[in-house]
Every structure is written in C-alpha cells, then in structure tokens.
Design a protein around this ligand. Sequence first.
Ligand SMILES: Nc1ncnc2c1ncn2[C@@H]1O[C@H](COP(=O)(O)OP(=O)(O)OP(=O)(O)O)[C@@H](O)[C@H]1O
Ligand SMILES: [Mg+2]
Length: 333
Amino acid sequence: MTSLIRVEHLEKRFRVRRRGRGALGLIRGIVPRNQREVVAVRDISFSIQPGEMVAYVGPNGAGKSTTIKMLTGILVPSAGSVTVDGLVPWKQRSRLASRIGVVFGQRTQLWWDLPLVESLRLLRHVYKVPSEKFERRMHRLVDTLDLATFLHRPVRQLSLGQRMRGDLAAALIHGPSILYLDEPTIGLDIVAKDRIRRFLLEINREEGVTVLLTTHDMADVSHLCDRMMIIDHGRLIYDGGVEEITEMHGGERTMVLDLEEDAPTPSLPHARVERHEGRRLWLSFRRDEITAADLIAEVSGKLRVRDLTIQEPDVEQVVRRIYEEGLVEEGAR
Ligand SMILES: Nc1ncnc2c1ncn2[C@@H]1O[C@H](COP(=O)(O)OP(=O)(O)OP(=O)(O)O)[C@@H](O)[C@H]1O
Ligand SMILES: [Mg+2]
C-alpha cells in the first residue's frame, strides 16, 4: 500500500539568540557565537497509511509540534523529506490545504470576534467548498459535534470545550482526508474529552480520515490509537503498537492489598513494595516471575489480608517510565 504520509530523515534546527552576547561575536564554525542552535527534530523517519489513527507522544519540548508544523507546511525542514498525499507541504501548501485539516489545541484558528457560524462560512470561501457540499458538511458537523446551541455566539464567549468542538468543525468543514491534531483535548473535562474522542472515532470509521494526534493524555492514546510513536529530544524512540509496548515495558502489574491490621512492610522475593500507607499496600510484580495466585499465597503467609485488587499496566504508566528512564530494552524499535 502506498503511504499517505512519508517522512524521511526529517530534521529541524532553530537558531536562537544567546542572551548577554553582543551581536558582533566571533564566528566559529557555522553558528555565530551570539546564537545557539536548537535541534528540535533529528533524523525522524516514519510513514502512515490511509485510515490510520496514530498517536505522537513525548515530553514537553520533544519536537511534536515542530513535526506537525513541517507536515502542514508551516515550517520548512532543515534536512530530510516529507510528502503528504504525494505533495511536498512547504512547496505545495495551498494545494495540500484542501486535503488536510489542523487543530492546534493551544490556539484557536477561529475568528475571535465572529460567531462560530461566520468563521465556518469564511472557511468555506478560503477552501472554495461548493455550497451544496458545504451545507451537507455543516449539517453533519453541527449534528455530531452538537454545535447548535452556540453556533451563533462569538468565539470569544465560548467555553474551552465548545471552542475545541468549533475548531474541529473548522478543520473538517472542507472534508479533508488527513487530520492533524496537536493536543485536541488539552484542558478539557472528562465529559468533553470523551465527546471529542467519540467524534474522532466516528469520522475515522465513517469517512476514513487519517489522524495524527499529539497528546499528553494517555487515555486519548488508549481510546483512539493502535499505533504510537514516541519522540524524545527530537528523536523517534518508538514506533509500534500501543499494546506491544504496554506488554514489553509494562509487564509489571500492581496488587493493591487492604490489610486487617497495621503491620511492618514485608519483604517478598518476587514482588516490589511500591507504597505502604496505613493498612494499604501496593506491590508490583511481573507476570513472568510470579502468578497472582502465588503472590497472594506468599503475602497471606506474612500478613492478614482483608481485600485485594490487581491493576493491569496501562499505557500511562509505560510512557511515564519511558520518559523517566528511557527506552532501554532491545528490540523496541
Ligand atoms: N520557533 C522556534 N524557535 C526556536 N526554538 C523553537 C521554536 N519552536 C520550537 N522550538 C524549540 O524546539 C523544541 C521542540 O519544540 P516543540 O514545540 O516541537 O515541542 P513539543 O513536543 O510540541 O512540546 P509540548 O509538549 O510542550 O508542546 C523545543 O526545545 C523548543 O523550544
Ligand atoms: Mg507542542
């Protein structure tokens, strides 16, 4: 199958002014002394097939937004290549515009003082959407994103969750086949996040829209994506299944025990005490080292257990560990 998005050895460097240095610093090498180079994205390659929903995660400053900006054509790469639907984004930006939709969760693309509906109508002209198609899409988006109650209100008066839905409608009004979402659920409450996730699943399933999404909320990843790419310090450190990495790095499960009485923290050969607070004890253990049943037997020999639950590893824990400790195990890429 041909890739819809193809990125090869992509790199982005920024020159930033050093503080406190004169503009006439000696030139050493290629970077002037009064400047410093930030490598935001280094040697990243990946490809995305039509209809995929891919999560792009990494800590603050990892290079996610910079990558998205190169994919949309807002930024020109320092090295490497990108093609999106056969086009080079920064060279063929206006041709590409009709095929992509973008939401930057941190910053609205709607006209602040205009009613939402007017922003959508303006976009219709920007993208030259035929009026019949526009009406049809408008109807569908108003319906599925539940925009009717605030469609005629100026964007500045909308709540964050309403505005984000408005931004999604704006990104999709022209019927693009690719949607880039840079933190589409940032700052939203659980109900609003859930509504946006359901909407994204729906447009992916029904319209086959390909989605690349950055997020710090691992629930977005587990609800929406089978595939995850992890970027750290500008490098792609993982590209693969969400389930696979959870299995590989999150082999640790947690047993939470409620004890009958106060007891000293036990030492157990096949489990690690994660926390011990009052009569509650958190043990982590690996599936390949001990079964839950054997661990229960071991603990029961030392402590009087009233109740227990077992928590399976989730993508949140896995990614937190990778951010903290790095991806060390072999075969991860
Ligand atoms: N226009 C710019 N000029 C200079 N440096 C920049 C510019 N844009 C980004 N950077 C730097 O590039 C690096 C990557 O930034 P980027 O915004 O891509 O990170 P991110 O992964 O999106 O982070 P976050 O999760 O905080 O949104 C950071 O060190 C950032 O300071
Ligand atoms: Mg960002």
